[in-house]
Design a protein. Structure first.
Length: 119
């Protein structure tokens, strides 16, 4: 699966949320300052070439739909993060987060309990 730039991912997040969207719908959901119509259109063309979205002509405009599920992209991104920075180890990631104080011991215990519940 191809990686997305930050801007492409921002557009994709809106498409995932809306399921089907016109460019105007996407712009409406984006934070201020709103991007230009042509800018969002360009990102959608890129996303289409990367096979993340499909488009269907409706009248004189297009409606866009996701081809890649958010969960699949998230899973791929996390695997990439683990591979690049943590030697493929989720344990190394959690250790890093605890050391950087991004997770406290209560949160770690909560995660451990959730993992036990999934077994």
């Amino acid at each position: 699966m191809k990686e997305l730039t930050k801007a492409e991912e921002q557009v994709m997040q809106v498409v995932w949320t809306l399921k089907q969207a016109f460019i105007k719908d996407i712009i409406d959901q984006m934070p201020e300052p709103k991007p230009a119509y042509n800018t969002v259109g360009t990102f959608l063309k890129i996303l289409e070439s990367k096979e993340f979205v499909s488009r269907k002509k409706l009248g004189n405009t297009f409606v866009y739909s996701p081809l890649v599920e958010r969960k699949a992209y998230t899973k791929n991104s996390i695997k990439g993060l683990l591979g690049k920075y943590f030697e493929g180890s989720a344990e190394n990631l959690f250790s890093f987060m605890v050391q950087e104080k991004d997770l406290n011991m209560e949160q770690v215990e909560d995660l451990m309990n959730k993992l036990k519940d999934n077994d």
